[in-house]
Design a binder for this molecule. Structure first.
Ligand code: V47
Ligand code: SF4
Length: 351
């Protein structure tokens, strides 16, 4: 029986294994789980506001003041219009996240989901990061479990994996000290899993964190997954340095090799995660396609309108057509498999 990798072994692979050998090993692991399939989703991101009470050092998206130039806060009508366009183009998932708005009551978010669910009964609503959920709990004085139950009743299907950054508290304190702690982020995901809501987990890398911090971050996720089995995908996020204060000290973008090594080690170390996602918006398309041969089994989706990474200097497109997604996967000698936010695939995702 294969025993799982220890943190020391994972770190050693990350630092010392020849790249091709490491990728081949991770690819074999990916193929044992998913064969030649690569999952993708026809989705749309809806970043409903950029007004945020926090100012994480890596964030170029948020505006602290409601009257700052370029601050916005979409009405429910605008959100419904954007959703309607997406659903008309076959969207299976709406990925809804925003800044931590100072004023909206919790009922505002419940209503947002309820209106979307009523108008579009079949689309999956993957909404609100753990950090947003903690903000709603604080604003309303209610328990996280209550918040999640009410959002679920309004139509919530899954949680996105944002806000994890680096869960190791010493690093987190440096880059986003005012945000929920790593333990609080994990606690929110535990609560979602206990309520029957699956979630994803991100890791923001390529700034001040050390390889040891990346492995510890993954170990914290692996431990929670052992307990709940509620995570679908691990998503390594590539720090973009433009227009944020962290970018004044970290000007160098991550190398392709560093990204691929992290993808490969995550596939081998996170033996209880179904998927590793190659988020092409941040990796760049060429690297994301290479990651499909280094352990990644998911390309996220068509996205349509990406704001968070593009505010920080991303030069990828903000979205792509389903046809292009399928063609790109096929050109890699792999097989595209359309999914929804719950990883149900073409045959089964129609409610
Ligand atoms: O939480 C913010 C990160 C995240 C920057 O769950 C930055 O399916 C890079 O979580 N450079 C949002 N990253 C994106 C996200 C996500 C994306 C795709 C799929 C899923 C999913 C989740 O972006 C934030 C933060 O960690 N971020 N600023 C930056 N300058
Ligand atoms: Fe606000 Fe999220 Fe940006 Fe932090 S990363 S400042 S919580 S929008």
């Amino acid at each position: 029986m294969n025993s799982r990798l220890s943190e020391t072994q994972a770190l050693d692979l990350f630092l010392n294994a020849p790249l091709q050998e490491l990728c081949n090993k991770a690819n074999a692991e990916k193929e044992a789980r998913h064969g030649k399939y690569v999952y993708w989703v026809n989705n749309r991101q809806i970043n409903y506001t950029n007004i945020c009470v926090l100012h994480c050092k890596f964030c170029s998206f948020s505006k602290i003041k409601k009257d700052s130039p370029n601050a916005y806060d979409w009405s429910h009508e605008t959100i419904l219009e954007k959703a309607a366009q997406a659903v008309a183009h076959g969207a299976q998932e709406l990925h809804i996240v925003g800044g931590l708005h100072p004023d909206h009551p919790f009922s505002y978010y419940v209503e947002m989901l309820r209106k979307l669910r009523t108008a579009f009964p079949a689309v999956n609503l993957k909404a609100f990061t753990a950090v947003e959920l903690c903000h709603f709990a604080k604003l309303s004085g209610r328990a996280l479990s209550d918040i999640i139950a009410e959002l679920k009743a309004a139509g919530l299907d899954a949680l996105p994996g944002g806000g994890a950054e680096i869960l190791v508290q010493s690093v987190r304190d440096e880059i986003c000290g005012a945000k929920e702690t790593g333990e609080e982020w994990l606690e929110a995901h535990r609560a979602a899993h206990q309520a029957g809501i699956h979630t994803n987990a991100t890791m923001l890398m390529g700034h001040i964190e050390k390889p040891e911090d990346r492995i510890r971050h993954m170990a914290m996720l692996r431990d929670l997954q052992d307990e709940t089995h509620g995570f679908f995908a691990f998503i390594p996020l590539v720090f973009h340095p433009e227009h944020n204060s962290l970018g004044r000290i970290i000007t160098q973008k991550m190398s392709t090799e560093d990204i691929l090594r992290t993808v490969a080690v995550s596939r081998l170390f996170l033996d209880n995660f179904p998927h590793i996602k190659a988020y092409w918006i941040q990796m760049g398309m060429d690297t994301a396609l290479r990651a499909l041969h280094c352990g990644a089994s998911d390309m996220d989706g068509t996205i349509v309108e990406e704001k968070i990474t593009h505010a920080a200097g991303a030069n990828t497109d903000v979205g792509m057509s389903p046809e292009r997604m399928k063609t790109l996967i096929l050109q890699e000698g792999l097989v595209p498999l359309e999914r929804n936010a719950k990883y149900e695939t073409e045959e089964t995702f129609h409610r």
